[in-house]
Design a protein around this ligand. Structure first.
Ligand code: IFM
Length: 766
C-alpha cells in the first residue's frame, strides 16, 4: 500500500497485481451500514472476490448449513470490449495504475493507461455508496482514446446474479426486465428466508452515435452499448444503481410491486442530479461523522493519524445503525468470512467506540442483544440451563446459536476440525452484560436501563447460576469444559476470564437487586414476575462467594485455567514473527497446541485490562511478562489489548510497538491479511488504543477515569467523547491535559490518579 504523508485521508494501491485483489477489495470496501461492498473491479478476474451484502438479510442455503449473509447480485460489473478484444489488466501493458479510497467522502477511484496492440486508452473509474441515501450507489467511468485513430468500444453493463457465496447460491432467480424503456430491474428472492430483493439500474452515456441492445442470460440482465471513440476523445458512462429488500424498515409497503415502484420513483427523482452532486450529498453526511469528536494526533508518524481515519471509516460503513434487529459482523460487510455473524467482538471491541461517541448507534447495538433474549433462552434451554445464554455467533437476534460445527482441515488427521466455540465458548454471555453495563454507565440512558438493561443483567446472571457446577471435594462452584478467549485451549476447566466475568455478572445482579428493592421496588417487582427473581437471587446469593476465582501462584501468575501452567512451553519466535497467522498450524494440530502454553490472543491479560480495578499493578505487570511471550496474537483482537495494558503499565515503547502492529493488521503491507474481509474488532481496537490506552479513559465501577499518557512519538493528542449527554474534549500534551465542555450542561465528575475532579467548563491538570 502507498500512503502519502500529505494525505491523511487516503489509502492507495499503486501498480496492479491480480494476486492481491483481495486486499484492496476489503480495505477499500464501500458502504453505508445498510449495504457493504468489496471494491472488486468492474471487469472480472479469477482471483477476485466479488461480494456485496445487505445487512440483516440472513439466509440458510441448505438445511445442514448455518444462515449467512447472501452475496447479492453484482451491479458494479462492466465489461469493455475494445476493438473486439475483452479488456483485462492481465493483458497488454498497464501504466500509471492507481486505486485509491478517499476515507473522507467514501469515493473510490481507479485509473490507469492501458495499451494493447494499436489501442491506448486512459481509464478512470469512480464510485461511491451513498451515505445520504441508503439504497443508492453509483459509478462513473471515463475512457479516453490516447491514439490518433478511432477505437471501437462495446460496453456490457448490468446486473449479474451468477455470483454466489463461494459456490452457495442463495437466491431464486425471480423476475427481471426493462422498465419505462430506461431502467433494468431484477427481483430475486432468498431461498429460505424468502426476502425479496429489488435491484434497479439506469445508465447514462456520453458518447457519439451509440447503438444499444438489451440482453438477458441466466440470472443476468444487461445493456450492450456500441460506439466508436474518435482519436484523442473521451466517452463516459454513469451507472446509477439501487437495492431495496422486503425487510427494509424505511418503506411502509413490502409488496414486491410497491418496492419496484419505490425504486423506480427514486431513480426518476434523482435524474435531475449529477454524479458529482450525489457524491457531494453523500460527502456531507460523512462530514457529520468526521466533525463528531475528531481525533488529532500531533506526530511525525502520520500513519497513526491515517489509521484512526481508516478505523472510523470502516466502523461506520459496517454498522447497521438504521435497524436494531441487526448488528455488526466480525468482518463487517466486507467479506464472506464468519458469514456476517456477530461475536463478542461487538461488545468488547467495537461497542466502546459507539458508547463514547455515537450513543444513538450504541443504543441500537445493545437493543439487538435485548431482542436476542429469546435466542439466548433457546440456547440455554437446549443446553439444559436457565436464563439467557447468548450465542457465540449470532445472525437474526432470535435465531439463537448459528456457529458452524465444522471448520478448517486438521493437518494431522486430514479431517475437518470441529468448531467447539458454539458449544463451549461461553464467556460471550458476560461479555454482552459487560457491554450493556458500559453503555448505561457512559450514556446514563435511564429508559433503556429500566426497560431493557436490567432484564439482560438479571437473565444472564440466571444463566450463570444454572451453569455453575458444585465441586464437593473443594467446596466451590466451578465452570468446567469451556473455551476462554484463548481459542487454542479447548475443553478446559475454570478459565480465569470466564470465571471472573461470570462472578462479576452474578455479583452485579445481586447488588442491582438490592438497590432496586430499596429505590425502585416497582421495577424490581415487574422483573421478579417475569424472571422469577426471588428464587434466582436466593440461589445466586448462596453460590456467589463460592465461585472459584483462580488465584495467583506464588510467582503472582493467574492461571489461565486449571491445567495451563503445567503444560509444556516451546519457543514461539518463529510463529510470532510471521506475517500471516496460523503458521503454527503448519507444524501442529489444535490437539497438540492444546497441550502447550501457547495463547492465541489476550485472555488473562484481557481480564486484567477490562477489570482493571480488581488487580494491583504489580500483578498485572507479572502476568503481562508471563503471558505476552506465550501469545502468538493470531487473533486480530489481541494486539490492541496488549497495547492498552502495556500503556497502563507505563511500558510506553512496547505499547507503541503493539499499537503500530495493530494498525497494520489491515492497513499494513501484508497482502493476504484481509482476503476474507476487514478485521472489524481490530478497528474498534484502534480507537480504544488511542482513547483508552493513550487518552487514559476508562469506566471503573461505573465511574469515569481519565489518566492519559502519550507515547514518545506523539507530541499532542486531541480526542472527545460523550458522557451522560455532555460532550467533552480532551487535549493531552506531554506535560498534562486539558478538558473542555459547554458550561451550560451538567458538571462531569471524574477521577484521575486517585483524585476526584469536577469539570464545569474548562479544567487543566498539569
Ligand atoms: O471472536 C473472535 C475470536 O475471539 C477469535 N476468532 C475470531 C472471532 C471473530 O473475530
Amino acid at each position: 500500500m502507498n500512503y502519502v504523508k500529505e494525505n491523511l485521508w487516503q489509502i492507495e494501491e499503486v501498480g496492479f497485481d491480480s494476486r492481491y485483489l483481495g486486499k484492496t477489495e476489503s480495505i477499500m470496501a464501500l458502504g453505508n451500514g445498510y449495504l457493504g461492498s468489496r471494491s472488486a473491479t468492474e471487469e472480472h478476474y479469477t482471483t477476485e472476490r466479488r461480494d456485496t451484502f445487505v445487512a440483516g438479510t440472513f439466509n440458510k442455503f441448505a438445511e445442514n448449513e448455518v444462515s449467512e449473509l447472501p452475496n447479492i447480485p453484482d451491479m458494479w460489473w462492466m465489461d469493455f470490449i475494445i476493438n473486439g478484444e475483452i479488456f483485462s489488466l492481465e493483458k497488454g501493458i498497464t501504466s500509471n495504475f492507481s486505486k485509491r479510497l478517499n476515507l473522507k467522502n467514501g469515493e473510490l477511484i481507479r485509473e490507469f493507461d492501458w495499451e494493447f496492440a494499436t489501442i491506448k486508452l486512459h481509464f478512470t473509474f469512480r464510485r461511491f455508496v451513498s451515505k445520504a441515501r441508503r439504497h443508492y450507489l453509483s459509478s462513473f467511468v471515463t475512457v479516453e482514446n490516447l491514439t490518433d485513430i478511432p477505437i471501437s468500444i462495446q460496453i456490457r453493463s448490468g446486473i449479474d446474479g451468477q455470483v454466489t457465496n463461494s459456490g452457495s447460491q442463495h437466491f431464486h432467480e425471480g423476475e427481471k426486465g426493462l422498465v419505462n424503456g430506461k431502467y433494468i430491474q431484477m427481483m430475486p428472492q432468498t431461498n429460505e428466508s424468502e426476502i425479496d430483493f429489488v435491484f434497479t439500474i439506469g445508465h447514462r452515456l456520453n458518447a457519439k452515435n451509440v447503438s444499444e441492445r438489451i440482453e438477458m442470460g441466466r440470472r443476468q440482465i444487461f445493456m450492450n452499448y456500441f460506439f466508436d471513440l474518435p482519436s484523442n476523445n473521451s466517452a463516459t458512462i454513469e451507472k446509477r444503481m439501487s437495492v431495496y429488500t422486503s425487510i427494509d424498515n424505511d418503506i411502509s409497503d413490502h409488496e414486491i410491486s410497491e418496492i419496484r415502484e419505490t425504486a423506480i420513483s427514486e431513480m426518476e427523482a434523482l435524474e435531475v442530479f449529477s454524479f458529482e452532486e450525489l457524491l457531494q450529498e453523500s460527502a456531507e453526511k460523512w462530514s457529520e461523522i468526521w466533525e463528531k469528536h475528531p481525533i488529532e494526533i500531533e506526530t511525525e508518524n502520520f500513519k497513526d493519524q491515517l489509521a484512526i481515519h481508516f478505523a472510523k471509516y470502516h466502523l461506520h460503513i459496517m454498522t447497521p445503525a438504521h435497524n436494531e434487529h441487526m448488528n455488526i459482523g466480525a468482518k463487517g460487510l466486507s467479506g464472506e468470512g464468519y458469514k456476517g455473524h456477530t461475536f463478542w467482538d461487538t461488545e468488547i471491541f467495537m461497542l466502546p467506540y459507539f458508547n463514547f461517541t455515537h450513543p444513538e448507534i450504541a443504543k441500537s447495538l445493545v437493543t439487538y442483544r435485548y431482542l436476542g433474549l429469546d435466542g439466548a433462552h433457546k440456547k440455554a434451554r437446549n443446553n439444559g440451563y436457565e436464563g439467557a445464554q447468548y450465542p457465540w455467533e449470532a445472525a437474526n437476534p432470535t435465531d439463537g446459536e448459528v456457529t458452524p460445527v465444522w471448520g478448517a482441515a486438521d493437518i494431522v488427521t486430514g479431517q475437518s476440525t470441529k468448531i467447539w466455540s458454539g458449544f463451549i465458548e461461553q464467556h460471550i454471555t458476560s461479555d454482552v452484560t459487560f457491554g450493556v453495563k458500559q453503555y448505561i454507565d457512559v450514556t446514563g440512558d435511564q429508559e433503556f436501563t429500566e426497560q431493557k438493561a436490567y432484564e439482560i443483567l438479571f437473565d444472564t446472571a440466571k444463566f450463570w447460576g444454572s451453569r455453575l457446577e458444585y465441586n464437593t471435594e473443594k467446596d466451590y462452584y466451578e465452570i468446567k469444559d469451556v473455551i476462554g478467549p484463548d481459542e487454542y485451549k479447548e475443553h478446559v476447566n475454570n478459565n480465569a476470564y470466564t470465571n471472573y466475568t461470570a462472578h462479576w455478572n452474578v455479583t452485579y445482579a445481586l447488588n442491582l437487586a438490592k438497590e432496586l428493592k430499596e429505590h425502585d421496588p416497582e421495577t424490581f417487582e415487574r422483573l421478579n414476575q417475569k424472571l422469577e427473581l426471588d428464587n434466582v437471587l436466593a440461589d445466586l446469593a448462596r453460590k456467589v462467594d463460592k465461585i472459584f476465582l483462580p488465584q495467583p501462584t506464588d510467582e503472582g501468575i493467574i492461571p489461565q485455567d486449571d491445567s495451563y501452567l503445567s503444560k509444556k512451553t516451546i519457543d514461539l519466535t518463529k510463529y510470532k514473527s510471521k506475517d500471516g497467522v496460523d503458521g503454527l498450524f503448519h507444524d501442529y494440530n489444535l490437539e497438540q497446541v492444546n497441550e502447550m502454553q501457547i495463547t492465541k490472543q489476550a485472555d488473562v491479560l484481557l481480564l486484567l485490562y477490562l477489570f482493571e480495578g480488581l488487580f494491583p499493578r504489580e500483578m498485572k505487570l507479572k502476568n503481562f511478562e508471563y503471558y505476552e511471550p506465550k501469545t502468538t496474537h493470531d487473533s486480530s483482537l489481541s494486539l490492541s489489548t496488549h497495547a492498552i495494558l502495556s500503556a497502563d503499565l507505563g511500558k510506553l515503547d512496547e505499547s507503541y510497538e503493539f499499537f503500530e502492529k495493530a494498525c497494520n493488521i489491515d492497513m499494513g503491507e501484508y497482502m493476504k491479511s484481509s482476503d476474507d474481509g476487514i478485521h472489524a474488532g481490530s478497528l474498534g481496537g484502534i480507537w480504544q488504543m488511542i482513547v483508552f490506552g493513550y487518552g487514559g479513559v476508562r469506566m471503573i465501577d461505573g465511574k469515569l477515569r481519565i489518566e492519559p499518557h502519550l507515547p514518545k512519538a506523539w507530541n499532542k493528542l486531541t480526542y472527545g467523547f460523550d458522557y451522560h449527554g455532555e460532550s467533552i474534549t480532551v487535549v493531552v500534551m506531554k506535560e498534562g491535559f486539558e478538558l473542555t465542555k459547554e458550561d451550560n450542561g451538567n458538571d462531569v465528575v471524574f477521577f484521575s490518579n486517585g483524585e476526584a475532579y469536577t469539570l464545569k467548563n474548562k479544567l487543566s491538570i498539569l
